[in-house]
Design a protein around this ligand. Structure first.
Ligand code: GDP
Ligand code: MN
Length: 378
C-alpha cells in the first residue's frame, strides 16, 4: 500500500531522519494559516499516491501566506495521474545546494533489501538508470545482519565528497533502513535528499510503500490507508475481496486463480494484445463476485473486450456459467465478452452460456486470440 508523503515523513521523523516540519491542509484557508505559522515562505505539495508531482504542477513554492493560499486552491481538486488531490502538505521552503536520491526496496530476485543511491537526485531515478547508470550505486543487504556500518558509509561516500556531508548521509542511510524494516516497507525513498547552504543534509520528499501482509502487526500504519486517495476500482475490488491490478491495455481479464490469471495475461501479450488488468476472482462462482468483477472491468473505458478464463477443479464450471449469466442480467454490458471454461461440468457450462447467447469455448489459445482480435478491431 502506498502512503502519502506527509505520512512517510512521520515514519522518517520517528527514525531520526532530518525532515522539515509541515502540516496538512484540505482547504486554501487552512493552507494560508499554516503558511503564516511557518513563516510565510512555504512549499505547497499535492498529497497523492503518484510520483512526478512537481512536473504535473502539484508542487509550488510560495513567497507569502497569500500566495500559499492561491497555490493551495489551484492544487486542491487538481488531477494528477487520474487521482484527485484532496490534501496538500505545507512545509517551509528549503534552499537547495544539491539534490541526491536514496532508496531501498525489496529485491525479489535476490530475496533481500537493495539500496540504490545517486548524486543525481530530484529527477526520475528510472531515467538516470537508463541514461547514466554509472551515477547509481547499489548495495544489497543481508537481512540477517542488517545494513552494516561500512555499507552505509560507502553509499554516503558515493553521494558526497565533503566528510561532514558523508557523516550525515551515513546516519540517514542507516535510519532509512531502520524505518524500512520496522514498518515492513516494500519501498522507502528519499528524492531529493538535499544539502542546504548551511551544510545540512535533509529529506524534503518521502515515498513509502508498505507490505500489506504485515498489517496484522502494524495497526497504526494500516490506519494510514486513505480510501479517498486510491483509484475507485481498487477500493471496490478490495471490498469484494478480489485481487485486482489495473494495467494499461484493452483486454479486460477475469480469471479464477492467480497463476491462471498470470498465464492468461502472458498469452494475451503473446498474441499481440495488452491486458487491461490482472483480476483473480478466486475459487468462487458466487454471482456477486462476478458482478463486482464485471463492474470493475467495465468501469475502465479502455477495455474493449472481456475475457473470462475459468479452470474448473473444485469450482464447478456450471456454477460459474450461472454466475456469469446472472451477473450480466444484473448489469448492462456493451463490451463483447468471450469465455473459456474447462474442467468440472464444462459441458453443462457451455450449454448454459450458449443458451444465454455467449461465445463460450474450451481452448485457451482460441479464446485469447479472439479477445485480442475483438479489442484490436474496436
Ligand atoms: P515530486 O515531483 O513528486 O517528486 O515532488 P518533490 O517533493 O520531490 O518536489 C519536486 C522538486 O521540487 C524537487 O526535486 C525540488 O527541486 C523542488 N522542491 C521541492 N521542495 C522544495 C523546497 O523546499 N525548496 C526548493 N528550492 N525546491 C523544492
Ligand atoms: Mn520527489
Amino acid at each position: 500500500m502506498d502512503i502519502h508523503e506527509y505520512q512517510a515523513k512521520e515514519l522518517f521523523t520517528e527514525a531520526g531522519i532530518p525532515v522539515p516540519p509541515g502540516e496538512v491542509a484540505t482547504t486554501a484557508d487552512e493552507a494560508e494559516d499554516i503558511a503564516r505559522r511557518l513563516g510565510g515562505r512555504v512549499v505547497v505539495k499535492a498529497q497523492v499516491h503518484a510520483g512526478g508531482r512537481g512536473k504535473a504542477g502539484g508542487v509550488k513554492l510560495a513567497d507569502s501566506p497569500e500566495a500559499a493560499r492561491e497555490y493551495a486552491s489551484a492544487i486542491l481538486g487538481m488531477e494528477i495521474k487520474e487521482l484527485i488531490v484532496k490534501k496538500v502538505l505545507v512545509t517551509p521552503v528549503e534552499d537547495i545546494v544539491s539534490e541526491a536520491y536514496v532508496g531501498v526496496l525489496i529485491d525479489r530476485a535476490n530475496q533481500a533489501p537493495l539500496f540504490m543511491v545517486s548524486p543525481e537526485g530530484g529527477v526520475d531515478i528510472e531515467q538516470v538508470a537508463e541514461t547514466n547508470p554509472d551515477a547509481i550505486r547499489k548495495q544489497s543487504v543481508d537481512p540477517r545482519y542488517g545494513l552494516l556500518p561500512h555499507q552505509a558509509y560507502a553509499l554516503a561516500d558515493f553521494l558526497y565528497d565533503d566528510p561532514k556531508l558523508v557523516r550525515q548521509a551515513t546516519k540517514i542511510v542507516g535510519q532509512l533502513y531502520d524505518a524500512f524494516t520496522k514498518n515492513s516497507c516494500s519501498l522507502a525513498e528519499i528524492n531529493p535528499l538535499i544539502v542546504t547552504p548551511q551544510g545540512e543534509v535533509k529529506a524534503i520528499d518521502a515515498k513509502v510503500s508498505i507490505d500489506e501482509n504485515a498489517f496484522y502487526r502494524l495497526p497504526r500504519v494500516e490506519a494510514y490507508r486513505d480510501l479517498d486517495a486510491e483509484p475507485e476500482s481498487e477500493s471496490r475490488a478490495r471490498e469484494a475481496e478480489l485481487s485486482y491490478v489495473k494495467l494499461d491495455g484493452n483486454v479486460g481479464c477475469c480469471v479464477n486463480g492467480a497463476g491462471l490469471a498470470m498465464a492468461t495475461m502472458d498469452l494475451v501479450k503473446y498474441y499481440g494484445g495488452e491486458p487491461a488488468n490482472f483480476l483473480d476472482i478466486g475459487g468462487s462462482s458466487n454471482p456477486d463476485k462476478v458482478v463486482a468483477a464485471l463492474q470493475i472491468i467495465t468501469a475502465d473505458p479502455s477495455v474493449k473486450a472481456i475475457l473470462f478464463n475459468i479452470f474448473g477443479g473444485i469450482t464447478r464450471c456450471d456454477d460459474v456459467a450461472n454466475g456469469i449469466v446472472e451477473a450480466t442480467r444484473r448489469i448492462d454490458i456493451k463490451t463483447p465478452i468471450v469465455i473459456r471454461l474447462t474442467g468440472t461440468n464444462e459441458a453443462e457450462a457451455l450449454e448454459i452460456l450458449g443458451e444465454a447467447g455467449f461465445s463460450a469455448h474450451t481452448s485457451m489459445d482460441e479464446v485469447v486470440q479472439k479477445a485480442v482480435q475483438i479489442a484490436a478491431q474496436a
